[in-house]
Design a protein around this ligand. Structure first.
Ligand code: KG4
Ligand code: ZN
Length: 356
């Protein structure tokens, strides 16, 4: 088999349309067209609007990715595409495009699990060796995965309701801060006191690595409404303190559950974190410290590769292709596709549609 395959990756499972080319672990190009503006008026991702925008933008993204890599379609050796989990209209747009390209060019087609794309990113960015533990933490995902190989994963725990990014976004909305909520809340938290308001640390009283975040926003809503009732409104320092207290609760829960997941993981080469919430410096620093306490390498990929992108799909596709070969044109788009088929179904959905 030819070495150094140039793999075209396509991603369209949520609200980012993306195309990228990766060859031998090197990103030759990565194009992401986000749809934030299209959904802004609706307070969340509208699946029909997302699917239409993917169908309209995919070919443009592919052209841009080929141009940036200075390659033509004939130079591509394989086509990898997110085949799930995600919003089905968007996933279908990508899968249909990939099948069309594969049928027209005769290049192998590789269906990739979106979560595998995230989970294998530390190998693309840092060459992390198997097995390792990763925390996926974003607006749509929150789970601990032990990664044993390109298609071998064990889920140690996951959210039973909201994803943390979703909780950050709702918190920002409740406090009149701009979206996406994570960066706004983090900015205000830096100015505030973590201890003025007490927030719960959900599920810490229960064994295991499952998490819950929906109670935190309810706690925030109560504290906010009490302040408004008592003093007729919110001062800037109240908002700062509420943000700091909320962020500390999310961080503490994630750190404690990470500690348990690490304790339950033998012989791993490192601990990684990925997803938009991994941009949070308070969380990143705490997870870095935790890894040091366990004498483990800590990997937090650059943000552009933590959030949704197609380079991770191209890379995961290349790894999958090497062990399992190609899919055929019967490849189907899957709204749900758990990485670990032995783990019980996760109840959490996340604002960006049911994941796995
Ligand atoms: O991975 P991502 O771009 O998209 C998916 O959810 O798939 O993650 C976006 C989420 C948003 O909810 C956003 O508020 C959150 O990541 N986020 C943050 C920060 N930056 C982005 N949350 C906390 N702190 C941040 N600095
Ligand atoms: Zn994602």
């Amino acid at each position: 088999m030819k070495q150094n395959l140039a793999v075209l990756g396509l991603e369209s499972s949520c609200d980012d349309t993306a195309a990228a080319i990766v060859r031998n672990g090197v990103i030759l190009s990565s194009v992401v067209a986000d749809q934030t503006e299209l959904h802004a008026a609706f307070g969340g991702v509208v699946p029909e609007i997302a699917a239409r925008a993917h169908a309209e933008k995919l070919d443009l993204c592919i052209e841009q990715a080929l141009d940036a890599a200075e390659l033509g379609l004939s130079d591509i050796d394989a086509i990898a595409v997110t085949a799930g989990p995600g919003l089905i209209g968007g996933v279908l747009s990508g899968v249909m495009m990939a099948k069309g390209l594969s049928a027209a060019t005769g290049k192998p087609l590789i269906g990739v699990n979106h979560l595998a794309g995230h989970a294998l990113t530390p190998r693309l960015t840092d060459g992390l060796g198997y097995p390792y533990l990763i925390l996926l933490v974003s607006g749509g995902h929150c789970q601990f995965l032990r990664v044993d190989g390109p298609t071998t994963f064990a889920r140690l725990g996951s959210t039973i309701d909201d994803a943390p990014g979703e909780a950050f976004d709702k918190t920002a909305r409740l406090l009149g801060l701009s979206q996406p909520g994570g960066p706004s809340v983090e900015r205000r938290a830096k100015e505030g006191s973590e201890t003025r308001f007490s927030f719960p640390r959900p599920l810490l009283d229960r064994p295991g690595c499952d998490l819950s975040f929906s109670g935190l926003k309810t706690a925030l809503l109560r504290q906010r409404d009490k302040l408004i009732l008592d003093q007729g409104g919110l001062h800037e320092h109240d908002i700062n303190d509420l943000c700091a207290g909320f962020q500390a609760a999310v961080r503490d829960v994630l750190v404690e559950k990470s500690r348990r997941a690490l304790t339950a993981s033998d012989r791993i080469t490192g601990f990684a974190v990925a997803g938009g919430v991994a941009a949070n410096s308070s969380l990143r620093d705490a997870l870095h410290d935790l890894s040091s306490q366990h004498d483990l390498r800590f990997v937090a990929p650059p943000l552009a590769l933590c959030t949704d992108n197609a380079a991770m799909i191209a890379h995961a596709g290349a790894e999958k292709f090497a062990v399992e070969g190609a899919d055929d044109l019967t490849l189907s788009a899957r709204p749900r596709w758990p990485l670990d088929t032995n783990a019980p179904a996760a109840l959490g959905s996340g604002k960006k549609g049911a994941k796995a």
